[in-house]
Ligand binder design. Structure first.
Ligand code: HEC
Ligand code: HEC
Length: 441
């Protein structure tokens, strides 16, 4: 949140406060004046109530009563009516703005409190980086008996896209309970942490204020993918034309592209691995072993903790033989990766969602908008093709499974990806076909 907007909130609040204070002071002065005046006039009255008592004074004559007194009363009545006639509509006109301002004011306050928590109170910034760009955290590898093996670093995912992949409730759940077996501690009272529900909500309000747009996130992912595939050098990443040209060269049909996307940022540390699948589906993926001082003490052997094959399973289940074991077709697998899981909602043939698998291609917070996630459909489909080759063996099979399924939408035509909805007369196009990639059934 900007300093300017918080300053204007304070100013807006103080304008109202100033007006209120002025009115209060005027009323107070009036009251004091009245009391003093009554007191002074009362003094003269002592002992002479008989002549001076107000109810004994002769009142206006009939003439006066029926002319000037009556007119004055009627005019003041009309003036007050005028105040109401003008004032009420004015109040009514300004009310939506005032309410909107109040909501903004609350949000600004919540964001500011969340920022304070993020940077100072809970120090999320230490691991997740300034403005949630991702980073790393120290982690101690212990053996089966709890004895020290080595001190390493663990990638902490970027949070400036976390609300593109998880719903607000899911993010709450993660912060509340943390990630056991990783440096991410439980913050909420339910998980045994120090923060109240309100504080966690404020942190999420702050996170919401620093989210990348879906377009920006997708472009970052494509740029990094092109770089990792050797189509773009690191110092060209700011050159829009070079980036466009490199992205256009990405071959999404190539299994190597899917593999690189599955592990996006493993070597480079891009976004703390936030865009990658391996960080949840491959044990030891987030442990950094490359680099001179990466493992302390230097000779320590951490191989048994990091040498798992891709998709061997970690926080998320092993991904071997995903097609046809869990999903009938690569298209259906891609669709699941795009939407992620939801608590209590079944997926695939025997899957029971917990809400912990992120929706990488479709923002779960905007149910009415499709495809507004972190990864474009081309990358999702490339990952799905690569993932479907994982067999749980030493090496991926290298073959994308070809399956036919009566329940799966099967079309052999390829439709152009023109941004418009692809239409076929035979049946609905599958996920990847609609994205302009060949159907894999
Ligand atoms: C000591 C380091 C550390 C601190 C402090 C920390 N985190 Fe984390 N956090 C991590 C790591 C490491 C992960 C990734 C764990 C994994 O590999 O699954 C993570 C994961 C997360 C995730 C899940 C992201 C995803 O896409 O999987 C969220 C959300 C999160 N942290 C929020 C927070 C918030 C909010 C705070 C502050 C209240 C915080 N973290 C403080 C280290 C930390
Ligand atoms: C934040 C951790 C996390 C990330 C990142 C993640 N997943 Fe998952 N994934 C899970 C969890 C947890 C499940 C289990 C389902 C559940 O709990 O809802 C799962 C389930 C799955 C399944 C179904 C497995 C089965 O047999 O039931 C597939 C397929 C899958 N993930 C693929 C991917 C792909 C591909 C990516 C990267 C684009 C990815 N996941 C990224 C956590 C993650």
């Amino acid at each position: 949140m900007s300093v300017a907007s918080s300053a204007s909130t304070v100013l807006a609040a103080s304008t109202v406060q100033t007006i209120g204070t002025v009115i209060a002071v005027l009323v107070l002065i009036g009251l004091v004046g009245y009391v003093v005046a009554t007191y002074l006039s009362a003094r003269a009255e002592i002992g002479s109530e008989i002549e001076l008592a107000p109810n004994r004074k002769p009142y206006y004559s009939d003439d006066q009563l029926e002319t000037s007194k009556l007119n004055r009363t009627l005019f003041s009545g009309m003036a007050l009516l005028g105040v109401i006639a003008v004032g009420l509509p004015l109040y009514w006109l300004a009310e939506p703005g005032r309410q909107g301002g109040a909501v903004d004011g609350f949000l600004n306050t919540f964001e500011a409190r969340g920022l304070e928590q993020y940077e100072t109170g809970s120090q999320c910034v230490r691991c997740h980086g300034s403005e949630g760009v991702g980073g790393q955290a120290t982690y101690t590898v212990l053996d089966g008996n709890g004895a020290f093996v080595a001190a390493v670093n663990w990638r902490a995912p970027a949070l400036n896209t976390v609300l593109l992949r998880f719903s607000r409730d899911e993010v709450y759940q993660i912060i509340d309970y943390g990630r056991p077996g990783t440096p991410m501690p439980a913050w909420g009272a339910e998980g045994g942490g120090p923060r109240s529900a309100q504080e966690i909500q404020n942190i999420i309000d702050y996170l919401a204020s620093i989210q990348l747009s879906s377009d920006d996130a997708q472009r970052e992912a494509q740029t990094e993918l092109a770089t990792e595939l050797g189509l773009l050098s690191e110092d060209q990443q700011d050159d829009d034309d070079a980036v466009d040209a490199a992205i256009a060269q990405i071959d999404y049909e190539d299994l190597a592209t899917g593999e690189a996307a599955f592990n996006l940022g493993r070597e480079s540390g891009f976004a703390g691995g936030a865009y990658a699948c391996g960080r949840c589906h491959t044990a030891g993926w987030s442990i950094i072993t490359e680099g001179e001082d990466a493992v302390q003490p230097p000779g320590a052997d951490v191989t048994p903790y990091v040498s798992y094959e891709p998709g061997a399973g970690a926080f998320g289940p092993p991904l071997s033989n995903e097609v046809p074991r869990q999903f009938a077709t690569v298209d259906q697998l891609a669709e699941f990766i795009s939407g992620g899981s939801e608590l209590g909602v079944a997926y695939g043939s025997r899957g029971q969602g917990s809400g912990r698998m992120p929706g990488l291609g479709d923002n779960p917070n905007t149910e009415t908008v499709a495809g507004d996630g972190m990864l474009p459909p081309e990358i999702i489909c490339a990952i799905a093709r690569y993932e479907s080759t994982l067999t749980g063996g030493e090496q991926p099979s290298g073959e994308v499974p070809t399956t036919t399924s009566s329940t799966a939408p099967s079309t052999t035509t390829t439709t152009e990806a023109s941004g418009e909805e692809a239409t076929t007369t035979t049946s609905e196009p599958g996920f990847c076909e609609a994205a302009g990639l060949e159907s894999q059934d």
